[in-house]
Design a protein around this ligand. Structure first.
Ligand code: BES
Ligand code: MN
Ligand code: ZN
Length: 503
């Protein structure tokens, strides 16, 4: 899709679909200034139809009118903003994702959007530009690789999108529009990775993806450790979980060096390429979506895929523990003890709590082999976090207030919701083991997301600011929504790229 912004009068262009906005006041629609102008061009047909339909301009509501050649656009789409005071970055993205969906289903090739003052007055031109292209591109995403040709050919893509911006700030808006396209490409890259079948996206595959990303630019480098290398590093925890699988594990270390950067952010991803639960086997229904269990690793790869385009002024290390979690005659057994890279012993009582075990080694490695100012891990860690926060919100745990604040503001500006949960010290008792330094599950079934985070904290050296994002809920959409079609969501990428931009 080609994006273009324009300060020219939209009445002098032609296209398949023209989008104008309406707000909602006292449960009635109010057309934007340009909406009213278009209504006049159509001799009031628009307002007649809208009144007849009792259209209320609610957020995410749309109304499509064919113009029968009365103006230079084949159709006009009214997009509802609802209460303009309640707009957020996330809602703007959804609004434009919905517009993209409507344009796609109407098979429009050229889409023209006239931004209304409600939108241009609430957000900076750059942020608005970014939200527009991100919303449109993420809303248009489809994973069709394994569909028959007939279906793939039938799929419609809008080819040109022109945004009409009144007023001066076109340059900033354009920058945002460009940034949004890059960010959306990274998110789509992760969606593809997560949606791909688990027998394709093996640990070896993830390692190869990392290497091919690093090849693109001299500011990037990558080391991929195989089983031998992982053994040499002393990563007994990762090896323990990998024991039941026929696929070799990988430990991936990507690195981005920014010119003149003083700080280093280390991002760590859980890369369980399929989670059966191991010998603590999941029921069949619980396993259906478990190809999603490498979504954290996917986010790390997605971020790295665009770092050299966005050039944040901070060094970034990306670490991934990648393995399958399989049951077999060689699999780790409940009660087995493994030794993590930092020397701590872990009693693995439930092999389905495998994510924290493989991350123990990644976090130890981060503390020992990189120079982190911040460590941020992303993991589809617990079903308990989904119970607490639902499918759209990631759990945020951190030992550092500044990092928490920075992640929260990146959350708002990226449209990716997070909610802080406590690293409740008093629950650490839960993780005491009879026989080892720590056990991998709590003693009760309560507070599961917190227990997971507390476990991870044990492997972060004291004094290093660290945050854990439990992305179990948002990593995979079980139902279709405008911004996120069913399947992998690419969660984490937008948040991290925004966070890195602000460092
Ligand atoms: N990968 C799962 C968590 C998960 C569940 C992610 C559903 C996305 C959707 C993780 O490895 C797991 O199985 N966690 C267990 C932990 C428990 C055994 C302490 C869980 O949440 O049940
Ligand atoms: Mn599991
Ligand atoms: Zn898992």
């Amino acid at each position: 899709m080609k994006f273009q912004s324009s300060v020219l009068d939209y009445r002098k262009s032609t296209g398949d679909m023209l989008v104008v906005f309406a707000t909602s006041e006292k449960e009635k629609y109010v057309l934007s200034g340009d909406g009213k102008a278009v209504d006049e061009l159509l001799s009031g047909v628009l307002s007649d139809l809208l009144s007849g339909e009792k259209y209320d301009g609610a957020f995410d509501s749309t109304y499509l009118v064919h113009t029968h050649g009365k103006i230079t656009y084949k159709a006009v789409l009214i997009a509802g903003i609802g209460d303009a005071k309640k707009l957020s970055v996330g809602k703007v993205q959804k609004l434009f994702a919905r517009i993209a969906r409507r344009a796609t289903s109407a098979r429009a090739d050229s889409l023209h959007i006239v931004l209304s003052s409600e939108l241009t007055s609430v957000f900076s031109a750059q942020l608005l530009g970014q939200s527009v292209s991100e919303g449109i591109l993420l809303g248009s995403y489809a994973f069709l690789k394994h569909k028959e040709e007939k279906v793939r050919l039938k799929h419609h893509d809008v080819s040109e999108c022109v945004i009409h911006v009144a007023g001066g700030k076109l340059e900033a808006f354009d920058q945002g529009l460009k940034r949004g396209q890059v960010v959306a490409s990274a998110v789509s890259f992760v969606r593809d990775l997560v949606n791909e079948p688990p027998s394709t996206t093996t640990p070896t595959y993830l390692g190869d993806v990392a290497k091919s990303i690093a090849k693109k630019d001299p500011s990037l480098s990558c080391t991929v450790y195989d089983k031998k290398g992982i053994t040499a590093l002393g990563m007994g925890a990762l090896l323990g979980i990998a024991r039941g699988s026929d696929e070799d594990p990988r430990f991936i270390h990507l690195s981005y060096k920014a010119t003149g950067a003083k700080k280093t952010v280390v991002i760590v991803g859980k890369g369980i390429t399929f989670d059966t639960g191991g010998l603590s086997l999941k029921p069949a229904s619980g396993m259906e979506t478990m190809k999603l269990d490498m979504a954290g690793a996917g986010a790390v790869l997605g971020v790295f895929s665009v770092l050299t385009l966005l050039k944040p002024r901070v060094n970034v290390d990306g670490l991934i523990s990648a393995t399958e979690n399989m049951p077999s005659g060689t699999a780790i057994k409940p009660g087995d003890i493994v030794t993590a890279m930092d020397g701590k012993t872990i009693e693995v009582l439930n092999t389905d709590a495998e994510g924290r075990v493989v991350l123990a080694d990644a976090l130890s490695y981060a503390c020992k082999n990189t120079k982190p100012d911040y460590i941020i891990d992303l993991a589809t860690l617990t079903g308990a976090c989904m119970v607490a926060l639902g499918e759209d919100i990631s759990g945020l745990f951190s030992n550092n207030q500044k990092l928490t604040q920075d992640l929260k503001s990146a959350s708002y500006n990226s449209g990716e919701a997070v909610w802080e949960l406590p690293l409740a010290e008093e629950y650490s008792e839960e993780l005491k083991s009879n026989v080892a330094d720590i056990k991998n599950v709590g003693s009760t079934r309560y507070g599961g997301a917190i227990n997971g985070a507390l476990f991870l904290q044990e492997f972060v050296e004291e004094g290093i600011p660290w945050a854990h994002l439990d992305i179990a809920g948002p990593s995979f959409a079980e139902k279709d929504s405008p911004l996120t079609p069913k399947g992998g969501s690419g969660v984490g990428v937008r948040l991290l790229l925004e966070f890195l931009k602000n460092q």
